[in-house]
Design a protein around this ligand. Structure first.
Ligand SMILES: [Zn+2]
Length: 405
């Protein structure tokens, strides 16, 4: 990247870092049990509630108890269960139409990141009826309080229940982009591990890797605070101690509870300290080919960390030491390398490939420009990269590398 662009990016990031104490960050109120949802709906005087979810969650029966108790308490229940992974503008508009038609006055988002993100943007469109989803892209385009939003995560990964971000895909251009606004932080987060017990193994692994990526990217970036460093450290320690357990023993309650906590901590960390190129690349792959977000992150993470090189020795080395992936006496360089090897080993454990099957060589130019546009100048990454440098990472992700190896 040329020096002028670098200076521009770093000044932009410094302004945001200096502004952190003055910005209206908040955390959702935590509810530990799904049964507390009814009390909360009543407290907020909600007469008609939209339950945003997806078909597989409903088919698993996860929402049944809640649906019954809403109806038994004479609150009008409307269900929108057509959200799919990588939610699109069309899905948001459909949700809004149902919300308006039924005079809803709040949303319960019951699901993974896609469901929560879709619900956030439905409410953003509700309070900004004249602003299209496309126009909400980027930073602080909503700036208006949303009706009550209760987030009930069913995966331990996205952290969307606490973040100010919602990631939406444009149906036509396949551009997948984050919308960031303080008003998108849910008012309530229901951290009930029981909702995660039936999560399939591969999703348990990929969403767990998403949470790990949030914690790492927030921590190695240049806009951390004392609080976000602490949150990210805690998240990494918990994930390292629990991710294989939840994968091997899906019904291990303690491990599930711990992962949900870690995912939340990582969410708090990156909502203030941002993510980095791993996410920008993962979003481009999700938008273009529908690659699941957590899986894309897991595969891209070690490659980007290697490219960051010595700029992250100290910070990633520290994460390795506090989570006992490296010993106290190891040099920062060795500890950092140990952490990257650990991630590669985890990916193998989960049977994740080390390439992205869907990438076509001719798409790399477009993919890299999308990632570049998302990350620069916003993400305070440890080492700035331009489009050409990002392209190299996509080439490393091609399947043919695997075949040649
Ligand atoms: Zn993520």
């Amino acid at each position: 990247m040329n020096i002028f662009k670098k200076i521009y990016c770093r000044i932009f990031q410094t302004i945001f870092r200096v502004a952190i104490p003055f910005l209206p960050y908040r955390e959702p109120q935590i509810l530990e049990n799904t049964n507390d949802v009814i009390k909360t709906l009543k407290k907020n005087n909600i007469k008609s509630v939209l339950l945003v979810t997806d078909k597989s969650i409903r088919n698993l029966g996860l929402t049944h108890e809640l649906e019954n108790s809403i109806q038994n308490n004479e609150i009008h229940l409307v269900i929108y269960d057509d959200v799919l992974p990588n939610p699109t503008i069309k899905m948001v508009e459909k949700g809004l139409e149902i919300y308006n038609k039924n005079d809803c006055d709040g949303i319960i988002a019951f699901g993974g990141g896609s469901v929560m993100d879709c619900a956030k943007v439905v409410l953003a469109r509700k309070v900004k009826p004249n602003k299209s989803v496309k126009k909400m892209k980027g930073l602080l385009k909503i700036r208006k309080k949303l009706p009550p939003l209760l987030a009930v995560p069913t995966t331990a990964g996205t952290g969307s229940e606490t973040t100010l971000a919602a990631v939406i895909t444009d149906d036509e251009t396949h551009f997948k982009y984050p919308i960031n606004d303080f008003s998108l932080i849910p008012h309530y987060a229901v951290l009930d591990y029981k909702n995660t017990l039936d999560l399939p193994k591969n999703i348990t692994a990929s969403t767990g890797m998403d949470a790990l990526t949030h914690a790492i990217e927030a921590y190695i970036g240049r806009s951390t605070t004392k609080k976000t460093r602490k949150m990210a450290e805690e998240a990494v320690k918990i994930i390292v101690n629990n991710i294989k357990i939840v994968y091997d023993e899906p019904h291990n309650k303690d491990a599930r509870e711990n992962m949900l906590k870690a995912s939340y901590y990582a969410g708090v960390a990156f909502t203030i300290s941002y993510v980095g190129y791993v996410h920008a690349i993962a979003h481009s792959l999700g938008g273009q080919y529908g690659v699941p977000h957590g899986l894309a992150n897991a595969i891209v993470l070690p490659l980007v960390l290697k490219v960051y090189g010595k700029t992250i020795y100290k910070k990633l080395g520290k994460l390795a030491k506090i989570s006992h992936i490296a010993s106290e006496n190891d040099s920062d360089e060795i500890a950092c390398k140990n952490f990257i090897d650990y991630i590669i080993e985890l990916n193998k454990y989960f049977n994740f490939p080390n390439y992205i099957d869907e990438i076509k060589e001719e798409d790399i130019d477009l993919l890299a420009s999308k990632a570049e546009r998302e990350a620069n100048p916003l993400y305070p990454v440890p080492k700035l990269m331009n489009k050409k440098q990002l392209e190299k990472i996509y080439f490393m992700l091609l399947k043919k590398n695997e075949e040649e190896a």
